[in-house]
Design a protein around this ligand. Structure first.
Ligand SMILES: [Fe+2]
Length: 432
């Protein structure tokens, strides 16, 4: 069940992260910070819902107060598509050329800003850069415009990562653009910006944070990969001592803060933002694996279901599975599957997440899944894929969609077959 030992085991790991500014009130200093990057003209990218809160315009005002030109584009689309990203790029190309892009919002705004930064600085079109085989898999030859990330949803970690995720509509597939140059240069994390986040959003975003930490902690260690040459190095290098440290700290914070944050506790919200940051610094280097691979079809195929499922807190009038919810949906079953690859790591994670030992008497492989199910139930996550509207008839399509995510599957700490993924999907229909 263990991954075969490579002929020449990897001896090198890499670590990179954006500069950080963290804390309530940190957003007020953004003019100073962006001016310090040498910017004169700044494009603020956000989405229409967030634009209505006034936060992006306040960021633009702070930039103007520091003597910069700043324009706000509400061009980000929830769950970006090739069409929405291309439209955002066209809009940016038609205005004054910015020299810094500031993303204000959740993962969608950051992903949109990443695409804009890339295509304002490099030749070609979006699909040239999208991961092969869906797109051309081209690497940016020029540095992209420096990007500053101001996350307003705790969780995504997109402020730390090198990935822009998008739906390619014609191919009906969620994929991405992944390159070291896409990592933001600065992340400004102000927990006050999440003050109005509904409980349902805190719950799903929190499951995303938790899965980032758990998946990077249990990812195939960098030493289990084949030794790479300098030009072959990738941003996600597998579990490594530095990412491990951040993942552990994120889980310990979540153990105390997650339930109170969903209940509306202020101090817990700051701890959640810190946990999200730690988890992002971990998975932004180690990578994530099977729960995130399965999340792509779970979120993507819900549009084709005949279901009246609407997640709390997202104000959607159509079926939609928030990213964190789609990731968490298979997490209990995945961590039962991966237990044997490294029992010690799975048990350590369970003990950090359950410091009172409420599930301490559950047998080894089932202990971490039990801790996750109890948490998911307490914070109001769906009782399983069946509650979202999935059934046995959807298993094959969910498996096929998961198996397409080869980059993520390569990080699972054991070989994964279609049968394994089918068993995970079936076991995830009813958590309780
Ligand atoms: Fe995620």
């Amino acid at each position: 069940m263990t991954i075969p030992t490579p002929n020449t085991p990897e001896s090198v790991f890499t670590y990179a992260a954006p500069r950080l500014k963290f804390g309530p009130g940190s957003i007020e200093e953004i003019g100073h910070d962006v001016a310090g990057l040498g910017a004169r003209s700044v494009l603020v990218v956000t989405d229409p819902v967030l634009a209505a809160t006034g936060h992006p315009e306040r960021v633009a005002e702070a930039l103007r107060a520091a003597g910069l030109q700043a324009e706000v584009h509400d061009s980000a689309h929830v769950e970006p598509t090739d069409t929405s990203l291309t439209a955002a790029v066209e809009r940016a190309r038609s205005g004054a050329r910015p020299d810094v892009v500031v993303a204000v919002g959740g993962g969608s705004s950051m992903d949109t800003a990443k695409a804009v930064s890339l295509l304002l600085s490099n030749p070609g079109e979006l699909m040239d850069y999208v991961n092969a085989p869906v797109g051309g898999g081209r690497a940016p030859e020029q540095p992209v415009l420096p990007m500053v990330a101001v996350p307003t949803t705790t969780g995504t970690g997109a402020e730390s990562t090198t990935v822009c995720v998008l739906d390619v509509l014609a191919a009906k597939v969620k994929t991405g653009i992944s390159h070291e140059r896409l990592r933001p240069v600065l992340a400004v994390i102000d927990p006050d910006l999440t003050a109005t986040q509904p409980a349902g959003v805190t719950a799903s975003a929190g499951m995303d944070i938790l899965c980032h930490a758990l998946e990077s902690w249990t990812a195939r260690p960098y030493t289990s990969h084949e030794h790479k040459q300098a030009h072959e190095r990738v941003p996600y290098c597998g579990a490594n001592p530095i990412a491990d440290m951040f993942a552990e700290r994120a889980m310990r914070l979540l153990a105390g803060a997650f339930r109170p944050a969903v209940a509306g506790d202020d101090a817990a919200r700051t701890d959640m933002a810190l946990a999200a940051t730690f988890a992002g610094m971990g998975f932004g280097n180690a990578g994530v694996h099977l729960p995130h691979a399965g999340a792509y079809p779970i979120a993507g195929r819900v549009h084709d279901l005949d279901t009246d499922f609407r997640p709390d807190g997202y104000g959607q009038d159509h079926p939609m599975v928030p990213h964190g919810m789609s990731v968490a949906a298979t997490a209990p079953a995945v961590f039962a599957l991966t237990f044997e690859a490294d029992p010690e790591r799975h048990l350590a994670a369970a003990s950090w997440l359950d410091p009172q030992g409420l599930d301490a008497d559950v047998p080894g492989p089932e202990r971490l899944p039990a801790v996750l199910r109890r948490l998911m139930r307490d914070i109001g996550q769906p009782s399983g894929l069946a509650e979202i509207g999935y059934g046995e008839a959807d298993v094959d399509a969910l498996v096929a969609g998961t198996m397409q995510q080869q980059r993520l599957l390569a990080s699972v700490p054991r070989p994964v077959t279609e049968e394994d993924v089918a068993a995970v999907m079936r076991a995830s229909m009813h958590h309780w």
